[in-house]
Design a protein around this ligand. Sequence first.
Ligand code: FES
Ligand code: FES
Length: 132
Amino acid sequence: MYNEKVMEHFTNPRNVGEIPNADGMGEVGNAKCGDIMRMYLKIEDNRIVDVKFKTFGCGSAIASSSVATELIKGRTIKEALTLTNQEVIAALGGLPTVKIHCSVLAEQAIKAALLDYANKNGLTFDELADFN
Ligand code: FES
Ligand code: FES
C-alpha cells in the first residue's frame, strides 16, 4: 500500500517531539477517528528555525508530518504559509487516495501553528502573510 519513501518516514520520522515554550503550536484532528496532529514552531526573525511534531494517527499521518517538518524548516513564515498537502504528497512520492486527508492534516496543523503565532503576537493572519 505504501511506497518506500512513506515507509521510511513512518519508521524513521524526523523532528518528533515537542518544543517547550513554542512560538506557535497547532493542533488539528479528526474527531471521528481520534487522530490528532500537533506541530510546534520556533520562529526567529520571521523564519522557522525549528519544528517538531507529535502525531497520534496512521502511518501516512506520521509520514506526512515528518516530511512536512522537513519542508518548512528554514522557511520564512510567508514561504511556510504556501505549503500545501499536494507538496507533502509529492515529497512522499505519492499517497494512496484513501490517505490523502492525512496529508491535509499536516498542512492544517502547520497553518494552525502559524495562526497561533499570529495570535500571540497580535497579528492578523493577513498581516502574517505579509512577512518576508
Ligand atoms: Fe482519521 Fe482519516 S481516519 S483522519
Ligand atoms: Fe487518519 Fe491517516 S490520519 S487515516
